[in-house]
Design a binder for this molecule. Sequence first.
Ligand code: G6Q
Length: 535
Amino acid sequence: MKNWKDFAALKTGQRLAALAQKPYNLAQPESLPPERIAAYQASACGFDLLYATQRLDDEVLATLQALADEADLIEQYKAMKRGEIMNRIIGHASEERQVLHTACRDIFSDTPLAPDATAQAKEQLAKLKEFLADLDSGKLCNENGESFTTMLQVGIGGSDLGPRALYFALEKYRQPGRSAKFIANVDPDDAAAVLASLDLSRTLINVVSKSGTTLETRTNEELVRAALTEAGLNPAKHLVAVTGSGSIMDDPARYLAAFHMYDYIGGRYSVTSMVGGVTLGFAFGYDAFIELLRGANDMDRAAEQPSIHANLPLLMAMLGIWNRNFLGYNTVAVLPYSQALLRFPAHLQQCDMESNGKQVSRLGSLVTWKTGPIVWGEPGTNGQHAFYQLLHQGTEIVPTEFIGFRCSQYGRDITVKGTTSQQKLVANMLAQSLALAQGRDQENPNKRFAGNRPNSVLIAEQLTPYTMGALLALYENRIALQGFCWNINSFDQEGVQLGKILADRLLGAMAGVQELGKQSSELALLQAAGMEVGK
Ligand code: G6Q
């Protein structure tokens, strides 16, 4: 903890602030010569980051490295992986936990950094392997002796977003006759629509909740149990659970199989635990899930390199700090040129904003510097026909992260006017990168592009289980490294509590078990919204 320093206390920050007075001008003629494009690249685990289109030069890069060194980011990252208590606020009640999602994938070495956590991960993986083998062999089947074809994951937040994003990303790798569906929202229409699309008799329901107490998940579990019973099926033969060891859901009698996750894995960092493993393993097979873990583990190892030139997560973290804290941009758009990554920005939205949307430093005082930006995104090229207008000509500058692949997943393509659709996809991504950076001068102000919109391109050969794992860990590590730099606790989420407490009071009033004051805003709001109070 002695290396936990407030961001404002980092001396290198002053040098960066001075350099930010005159950042590299991407809009000047010849701003992107081939030498710059060749030099401003970094690679890891099959990904190349092209960042010549960021507003920086060698001096800024060297100073960002100095900032990372002064903040001791890599030592903090390694301490996290070894199991130091990183989830804490000094001097105040806080979660006081280890942060060991990286241990879930540190399964390939004989000397894992956090041996106890990795041993637990391996135990769960062995259980998963056996469970999947029993499904494959028909030992586990439905009441009619038929195989299960669908897994319905019921969970929300961290118990939904990552697994769902990765399922869509890798659907191409589905095993024959296997698919997954998801219910998260307590919106009954979500559940109704999903249930209507299923053959419940051949569906396994995977209820995922670390706490075992989440309102939405408990409600949806009841709803699915009722639907099974109504269909004449036995819930105990269709439900599996992933939950925290010792949680209220940790009850083998109620489930066909139960898997554990542990309090040292935060929900939004839990995809590579059983939270993602059970559904992804069911859909893609055990080996594909291990490949995903291998990609994540390789990226975790790359994140230990001290040099930003050899450490992609660190480089991306520092580029983000430059844009956020020194150039003053409030938001980041993540724009995958891959339809399969449709839900990946939604996962990052949670992973980044729930982690780094904080205003108290780990030393317990209010921060005086900006922390996490607003993260959002949609796949291109669709976005080009939607919101890119603002990216190019709006008054808000939005640093942009493009993600693309040289090859498609299915390899089924068509050549029209001399190029394939995949080529069109990648060409559009690269064109957007150039257009945002360089802009275009024009007499007509309405047709002018100012340029100087910082962006980078992350490109790999193909979206596979391995590259997906690496991409996931790249962002997870980027987020953690930025949190260390801002000296905030990226691993708690106190900001989601107040709304839950108020919702409980409103629900209590609707159910007639909670008195709300006659003059209270709560009662007035319920009445104004036309909701009935009491029974
Ligand atoms: C993630 C958050 C949160 C959590 C959900 C679901 O980091 O903690 O999104 O994952 O609230 O919680 P349970 O898994 O306990 O149901």
